[in-house]
Design a binder for this molecule. Structure first.
Ligand code: PMP
Length: 287
């Protein structure tokens, strides 16, 4: 099926959508993005994603796209036009194209940001087999830049990390810096020990996951203990359970780290419960 996508103010078939070869997103990865999940045709955590987009843009001194105030309506229209029941909306903003290549940022009076959105239909998103079986991760060194809190489109290393995992017969990779886990290639990382949920605190070292914020809030509301601090990969291997969160996976249990099974090697009760709560609550507040 040909999708209807959105480019700079216009809805059009994906086959007709184009961006300049001089776009700074293409030449310099000078762009940021967001991924918002759709369940029952409604958007999950939309306000959180919009707020993080605004922050990413501000941190990079990039103007908001001219259509910023219409973003909710654009998301909803793409859901409608593409008949999305379960899936994702991908949004990307770049610093645009000045019609040439130059390291210096272009004049924002004449070069406006590029805004692109498209849908990804994923029937069965909330009922993924990985949620039941759990996933296997490997550990790799974290060699990304120092502003991982900004959601930029510089995804080459995370992409390489997924390939390393695939080659090793695993599903994903957790990244390690100074002996401690930062996060997964495209998700936040958690361990559970003695009923306590442990995850790295927010800083420039990790992306401030929107799902992370929601899951930690629900965990605390359910009287679960949460500790925000770095943990080592050895500590993770000895944990009772582990899990990841992201907008497109919600909560996935981790059952194996670098070939070491956690507990029985099956999803643990904390991860299972958090997934359930997250899905229930997010469906309720979806817009
Ligand atoms: N960390 C990284 C590196 C990510 O790419 C993502 C997902 N884009 C996350 C964490 C999770 O963030 P969110 O819950 O907002 O999807």
């Amino acid at each position: 099926m040909t999708r209807t996508v959105y480019v700079n103010g216009q809805y059009m078939p994906e086959t007709e959508a184009t961006v300049s070869i001089f776009d700074r997103g293409f030449l310099m990865a000078d762009g940021v993005y967001e991924v918002t999940s759709v369940l029952d045709g409604k958007l999950l955590d939309f306000d959180g994603h919009l707020a993080r987009l605004e922050r990413s843009l501000a941190e990079l001194d990039m103007d908001k796209p001219d259509q910023f105030d219409d973003l909710l309506e654009i998301h909803r229209e793409l859901v409608r036009l593409n008949d999305i029941d379960e899936g994702m909306i991908y949004l990307q903003v770049t610093r645009g194209s000045s019609g040439d290549r130059d390291f210096v940022f272009p004049d924002t009076q004449t070069t406006r940001p590029t805004l692109v959105l498209f849908t990804q239909s994923k029937p069965g998103l909330a009922d993924s087999p990985a949620a039941k079986t759990g996933i296997k991760v490997i550990s790799i060194e974290d060699i990304r830049w120092g502003r991982r809190d900004i959601k930029t489109v510089q995804l080459l290393y995370p992409s390489m990390g997924k390939m390393m995992a695939k080659k090793a017969g695993a599903d994903d990779a957790w990244m390690i810096e100074d002996g401690h886990v930062t996060e997964g290639t495209s998700n936040n990382a958690y361990i559970v020990k003695g009923g306590k949920i442990i995850t790295r605190q927010l800083s420039n070292d990790i992306l401030h996951g929107i799902t992370r914020a929601a899951v930690l809030r629900f965990a605390r509301e359910a009287q679960m203990e949460v500790e925000e601090r770095p943990f080592t990969i050895d500590e993770a291997k000895e944990a009772d359970e582990a899990f990841i969160t992201s907008a497109s996976t919600f909560v996935f249990p981790v059952v194996e780290i670098d070939g070491t099974k956690l507990g029985e090697g099956t999803p643990g009760p904390v991860a299972r419960r958090l997934r359930e709560i997250y899905l229930d609550e997010s469906r309720k507040s979806a817009i």
